[in-house]
Structures are given as structure tokens and as C-alpha cells.
Design a protein around this ligand. Structure first.
Ligand SMILES: [Zn+2]
Length: 326
């Protein structure tokens, strides 16, 4: 980091993912420093210790260039209580429950800390400095291992009554569909996620479908995407069925919310194999007047989306700007 472009003010962003935690220092519209710590925390205490270790490092890095951490945004998968800054439950960490993350980080950094769902952070990054700048009504689908989502309505992050809004992955699509991680059947996530794509290929191979993929290849949506790009019919079908489900869901949401833009993000969407079919089906499933002029865009931020969004969220909250819809 160069001392000259810091001017003493930095915010921190933290993204708590399934297998690692990403910590960044954000200043002047860019990532000044990034630290990634792998983890397999079994308990709330181990987990808290890991977060504190990362935050202590960020503080030191900031101090090294004469800056200080003015505030921290934390993005985490799962159910978060934004108002109290408490991580209620995350499917990635079954042993970790009810951790007062914002308070723990605030005490370590002697500065305010804010907790938000990671998908909400990713959309906030797009809205504050990515593809959705200057749009007031934006819907995001994040397709990775599961399917997440988030909403900007009337220029504010919409989190709903409990703070859990935007669970696109659990839109019920089928009456008697596949079993979802949430315990219900036929959710969008069962077909449209990386896991859904893998499951589609595995069961087709088991039924004897022709493909150059092996059962091992079917264990990774990324590998399946490479086969699809090389023209493997089954691999292409797997992405197509996922894109169709996403399109149906997007069409329904367009009818409800009349948005300006639909953003598609997440590791599985990065293959570029979902967008065209999703858009085509969304058009079929929405009212023409509502579909007209809706922009579809690939997310700008990739791996760092949630960490950047968390930092930007903290930055705006520190400046006293209204982030949330009331
Ligand atoms: Zn579900």
C-alpha cells in the first residue's frame, strides 16, 4: 500500500464464506489490502477467534500506512439480524449460532461494525459501484452452490420484516420436486444451483445418457461448464434447465416488482451459460409491458463482491446515508 493515496480513512469489509473468510481494507474506490483465512470452525468461540485474528491484521496494516479502520461491514451467508448485528444461523457453519459478530468486531477495532447477509452485500456492491449504479429497483440472483438473491427497491436495500428478504433460492417452483436443503421440495435452488446442475448430470449419466463426462466430472458445476462450452449435449442441457428455472422465477419477480434491472452473479453464473436462456424464459413468463426495457446484466464484482459490498455498506452507514428501506 502506498501512503499517499490513503488519507487516513479506511473501511474494512469481511466476507464469511463456506470455507474461508475474506478480509479487505477499502479506500478510494479500491481494495488496498486483502487477507484470506481458511476455516473449519466447529464452535462459535473458534469462529469468533478467527474473525478477531483477521481484524487485528487489518488494523495493523492500516496503522502501517498511517490510516485507521473507521468502520467494518461484515457479509455472511445465512440468517443475520442486522439490527442487533447477530449471526443467527448459517448453513455453512451448523455449530455456530447466535454470534454477536458486529459487537465483537466493533470492540476489536474501536469503531462501528455492521452485519448483513452476503447476497445483500453483493448487490449493494453492484448498486453502489458496479453494474446497477443509478438504478432504483434491482433484483439479483446469485448462482453458486445454492441460489441466493437480494433486492434494491426505491433506491434502498430491502431486507423485509425479519431481515431475511431475497431468498430467491427457495421460491417454490414444483409441487413434487427434488428435496431442497431447506427441507422442502421443488425450490428453485434444487434445479438452478451448482448442486442442481451436478445432480441433473449425475442422474442422467446413471440413466445411461450419452456424454463425454464421467461420474467424477459430474461432481463439479465448473467442470460441467467446461464440457458445455466444448459442446457436450448433456452438459449444455444441464445449464439450460437451470437457466429455464431462473427465467421462470425472474419472470414472476418482474411481474411483482416492475424492476429496472436483473443482475446475475455467483460463481456458476460466471460461465456465461445461464444468461441468454434465463432472459428468454423470463420474457415468456412476464407481462410484455413489465418486461419491456428491463436490463439484464452480469455482476461486475466476482469473488470479492460480498467483501466490497460490506465495506461500501459500512462506508455509507458511517456517513449517515439511508441504506435500508423503512
Ligand atoms: Zn428450499
Amino acid at each position: 500500500m502506498k501512503k499517499s493515496n490513503i488519507a487516513g480513512r479506511m473501511v474494512a469489509g469481511v466476507d464469511i464464506g463456506g470455507t474461508k473468510v475474506t478480509f479487505i481494507l477499502w479506500s478510494d474506490e479500491s481494495i488496498e489490502y486483502k487477507l484470506v483465512l481458511p476455516y473449519a470452525a466447529q464452535s462459535s468461540r473458534e469462529f469468533s477467534e478467527l474473525i478477531l485474528k483477521g481484524m487485528a491484521d487489518l488494523r495493523q496494516r492500516a496503522a502501517d500506512v498511517g490510516a485507521s479502520v473507521m468502520g467494518t461491514g461484515i457479509g455472511c451467508a445465512g440468517m443475520v439480524d442486522q439490527k442487533r448485528g447477530v449471526l443467527r444461523f448459517s448453513p455453512n457453519m451448523p455449530g455456530v449460532r447466535d454470534v454477536a459478530l458486529a459487537q465483537i468486531v466493533a470492540e476489536e477495532t474501536h469503531a462501528p461494525a455492521y452485519l448483513e447477509n452476503d447476497a445483500n452485500c453483493a448487490l449493494f456492491a453492484e448498486w453502489a459501484s458496479g453494474v446497477a449504479v443509478a438504478h432504483s429497483n434491482v433484483v439479483m440472483f446469485s448462482v453458486g452452490t445454492g441460489v441466493g438473491g437480494a433486492l434494491i427497491l426505491d433506491g434502498h436495500l430491502y431486507v423485509g420484516r425479519h431481515g431475511f428478504a431475497g431468498e430467491m433460492g427457495h421460491i417454490p417452483m414444483l409441487d413434487r420436486g427434488l428435496l431442497c436443503g431447506c427441507g422442502r421440495h421443488g425450490c428453485l435452488e434444487t434445479t438452478a444451483s451448482g448442486t442442481g446442475i451436478e445432480r441433473y448430470v449425475k442422474s442422467a449419466l446413471a440413466r445411461g445418457s450419452k456424454s463425454s463426462m464421467t461420474a467424477k466430472d459430474a461432481g463439479s458445476a465448473r467442470v460441467i461448464s467446461h464440457f458445455a462450452q466444448n459442446g457436450d449435449h448433456l452438459a449444455r442441457q444441464a445449464f439450460k434447465q437451470a437457466a429455464r428455472s431462473l427465467g421462470r422465477a425472474a419472470g414472476g419477480i418482474i411481474n411483482i416488482l416492475d424492476p429496472d434491472m436483473v443482475v446475475l452473479g455467483g460463481g456458476v453464473a460466471e460461465s456465461g451459460l445461464l444468461m441468454d436462456e434465463m432472459k428468454r424464459v423470463a420474457q415468456q413468463c412476464s407481462l410484455p409491458l413489465l418486461f419491456e426495457g428491463v436490463e439484464f446484466a452480469m455482476a461486475h464484482y466476482r469473488n470479492d463482491a460480498a467483501a466490497v459490498g460490506a465495506a461500501l455498506l459500512a462506508d455509507q452507514l458511517l456517513k449517515g446515508q439511508a441504506v435500508y428501506s423503512m
